[in-house]
Design a protein around this ligand. Structure first.
Ligand code: GTP
Length: 598
């Protein structure tokens, strides 16, 4: 297809504003998929995504559209993941486009994620077409939302499209506007070939399927290609477009979007943002914007049953084939035995991986509380990356500790501003800015340690705003702080997975609350169990779990058999998620207790 008849675009929206529903409508309207084939929301492929109702992995679809000008166009819809953990992938998808649809819910208005996505679109110089969705809702107020978009984003909304993805209103108009307003890709067919990878996923039969946008030149089946940043080379075995099912083609030219398969073993070998060029006539420089994503959040994963360790390793290796951001390395702890220290982009990414390990691989895991990556400087000047609190060198050998900071942006109805400011302060937030978006809604900006955000900040925000506030954050860098290692001892033994790095000012409070919570969570044993929180050798809080009274079960003997069975069954179920630390059984919840004490 010649560039003048190609349009590359994506849809950006806040979660739940109707992106997937709209994408489905575009596919139906262009006869790309038939209505009866349409599983609810074609573009959201994975089960987990459907269940959680959020797009995690990207997909693209090429649609054939006969416009009112009589020409047939190839419209490439490039889907973007809808979560802050995956913003690098969003930025690379947008880099593959010339324009985007900005979908805003007519009953809600601009939210934090709308803004974050718009900034990314502006960074990539995209033509933005505003679409006011859900105009069928009784609470819809399209005029207010238009004003909001104009005031907050500075985007002209005089020709915003009024739509209802649910009822199929405005769909044709959207397709026409995509053709009319989004620029055709530049005609770079004569240049040395370069293609931008914006997504890749693993297929058990074909190896990694690489999705790309040809920026310059062309790619053909049979070409020997080189990935410029990873330096690897492959023969292109299959070339095609997704529509959304794969359709093979012989060649793809500058401006077009497609996929290739080349027996690539894992997605880490075909990284998002990398540039594909030809081995024979390579381009001089790679396309800009490539970064290797770094995991920001770490946790320990331990099988409850030590025999499952090899299975856990196999499962992690398999997941990694399809997840370039997942990191793991073996971790041995005297308390927990053998397991893995795993790194993730953020909390959602972490939860998804845990859930898949348990559901798809049938593993029983103990997960330790997530921590961020600290940097420590020793007295001799050596810098140490601390992705696990127990790796922190002893205090007397430490010069300083720094932690990652984020710029946090919250959008909320104004009546919750006070309560949210209080929350931000509790979480060591530093006020940066506050602005009224409209008469009723406000945006708040804070600098905050990432560690405070990855605990239950989002939940706390939601509960303080009755679900109305939205948030977004981006990492800004590291900052030195007065941080200390808080150790937890159970039955006089240090339990490394319960250790935390906390601000000195909070150490006493956190220690006290954590010890108290552990006392509630750890079941009584046959003997008294002391629990202590300590900084170095100094105990800052302690509690005792009293010994079990022996007659609890005894009551059942000889008596009601069914009750006894029930009790034993309950005990067995409880055991599943227990880890024996020395002589003490500790349930899964205890390892997450630190998340609940703010
Ligand atoms: P993510 O995948 O998380 O980014 O969400 P999304 O933006 O794709 O939202 P989705 O399409 O899943 O829609 C969210 C909810 O809004 C669903 O329950 C849809 O049925 C509903 N919805 C979408 N469009 C409309 C609309 O035009 N009118 C009404 N009333 N509901 C809509």
């Amino acid at each position: 297809v010649p560039p003048e008849r190609v349009r590359n675009f994506s849809i950006i929206a806040h979660i739940d504003h109707g992106k997937s529903t709209l994408a489905d409508q575009l596919l139906i309207k262009t006869d790309t998929v038939e209505n009866r084939d349409m599983q609810a929301q074609y573009l959201d492929g994975m089960d987990l995504e459907r269940e959680r109702g959020i797009t995690i992995k990207l997909n693209t679809a090429r649609m054939k559209y006969k416009a009112k000008d009589g020409q047939i166009y190839a419209l490439n819809l490039i889907d973007t993941p809808g979560h802050v953990d995956f913003s690098y992938e969003v930025s690379r998808s947008l880099a593959a486009c010339e324009g985007c649809l900005l979908v805003v819910d007519a009953s809600q208005g601009v939210e934090a994620q709308t803004l974050a996505n718009v900034y990314l679109a502006l960074d990539n110089d995209l033509e933005i077409i505003p679409v006011i969705n859900k105009i069928d809702l009784p609470g819809a107020d399209p005029e207010r939302v238009k004003r909001e978009i104009e005031e907050v984003i500075g985007l002209d909304c005089s020709n915003a499209i009024m739509a209802s993805a649910k009822q199929g209103i405005g769909i044709e108009e959207i397709l026409e506007e995509v053709v009319r307003r989004i620029p055709a890709p530049a005609d770079n067919r004569g240049r040395p070939s370069r293609a931008l990878i914006f997504d890749s996923y693993y297929d058990i039969y074909k190896g990694v399927i690489v999705q790309f946008r040809v920026m310059d030149g062309e790619l053909r089946r049979g070409d020997l290609v080189k990935f410029m940043n990873t330096g690897t080379e492959y023969d292109v075995l299959e070339l095609g477009v997704l529509s959304p099912k794969p359709v093979e083609v012989d060649a793809l030219y500058a401006g077009e979007v497609g996929y290739l398969a080349a027996s690539i073993k894992q997605v880490a070998d075909a990284r998002v943002g990398d540039t594909i060029t030809l081995k024979k006539q390579p381009a001089e420089t790679a396309l800009p914007g490539y970064t290797e994503v770094q995991p920001m959040v770490f946790c320990g994963l331990f099988p409850t049953d030590a025999d499952q360790y090899p299975e856990l390793r196999e499962a992690l290796l398999k997941l990694q084939l399809n997840d370039a951001a997942l990191r793991f390395e073996p971790e041995v702890s005297s308390a927990m035995g053998f397991g893995f220290r795993c790194g993730f982009l953020g909390l959602l990414h972490m939860e998804i991986v845990q859930e898949r390990l348990e559901r798809e691989y049938d593993l029983d895991l103990i997960t330790t509380a997530p921590t961020v990556v600290f940097k420590a400087i020793k007295n001799n000047g050596e810098e140490i990356i601390v992705d696990c609190p127990s790796k922190l060198p002893e205090a007397n050998r430490l010069n300083s500790i720094s932690e990652p900071y984020v710029r946090l942006e919250v959008i909320t109805p104004k009546e919750y501003v006070g309560s949210i400011m209080e929350l931000a302060q509790q979480r060591r937030g530093e006020y940066v800015d506050m602005q009224y978006l409209t008469e009723t809604r406000t945006t708040l900006v804070y600098k905050m340690p990432l560690a405070e955000v990855v605990t239950d900040f989002f939940d706390a925000l939601k509960s303080r705003s009755r679900g109305y506030a939205s948030m977004e954050y981006s990492i800004t860098g590291y900052r030195e702080n007065d941080l200390v290692l808080l150790n937890i001892k159970i039955n006089a033994e240090t339990v490394e997975p319960l250790a935390n790095i906390v601000h000195r000012d909070n150490a006493y409070y956190v220690g006290k609350a954590l010890v108290k919570r552990l006392k509630e969570l750890i079941p009584r044993q046959q003997f008294k169990v002391p629990i202590q929180a300590a900084i170095g050798n100094r105990v800052v809080a302690s509690e005792n779990i009293p010994a079990l009274r022996k007659d609890v079960l005894a009551k059942c003997y000889g008596g009601d058999i069914s009750r006894k069975k029930k009790l034993l069954k309950k005990q067995a179920a409880g055991k599943k998620r227990m880890k024996s630390l020395g002589k003490v059984d500790v349930p899964q919840e205890a390892f997450m207790a630190v998340l609940q004490i703010n």
